[in-house]
Ligand binder design. Sequence first.
Ligand SMILES: [Cu+2]
Length: 202
Amino acid sequence: MHEKQLHLIAVRRDLTGFQHVHPTLGERGTWRTELDLTPGTWRVFADFSAHGAPLTLGADLQVAGDYEPTEAAAESRTAEVDGYEVRLTGDLTPGSDTELSLAITKDGRPVTDLQPYLGAYGHLVALRAGDLAYLHVHPEEGDAGPEVVFHTNVPSTGRYHLYLDFRHEGVVRTAAFTLSTSGAAPAAQDEEQEDHSDSHTH
Ligand SMILES: [Cu+2]
């Protein structure tokens, strides 16, 4: 799925840490990877596809050490990482397909030569604040920047933390955003509407 058999996402429960790695399968069916975790409580998600169905499993991970609780990030539609600035436009409206557009600039100039990462020009993970419900979002086919567009369908009202991985000049970087939903809670949905083949929540 997205060029990898297994995606492992590690997020610090106060949402101040995020890692997206790809374990390798070793003997006796054990997957292994390196993670660089700071002390505190982390949530890890194994994201994969089995028998053609996307699946995400989660588990908590306690990391020993001097732990300083940190306030979760405030609402933010812009992120800066290593001289890059990423601006998010679009809203999250529960129960309906919405479009998010992320525009990437470096030193103030639009980045138009993004490199593919996991088969796309960006990879977005959305986590619902509180229970860290996991939403995997797939980008729309598009150019190598400066904008990467995603379609998403968040299940409920609330605050979501979004993590965009993008590759440029051979380096994968992560930009983090915090966004609250707009609009009212979705009306009770019938079975039919639930089937969104390109996004899934767990
Ligand atoms: Cu991955």
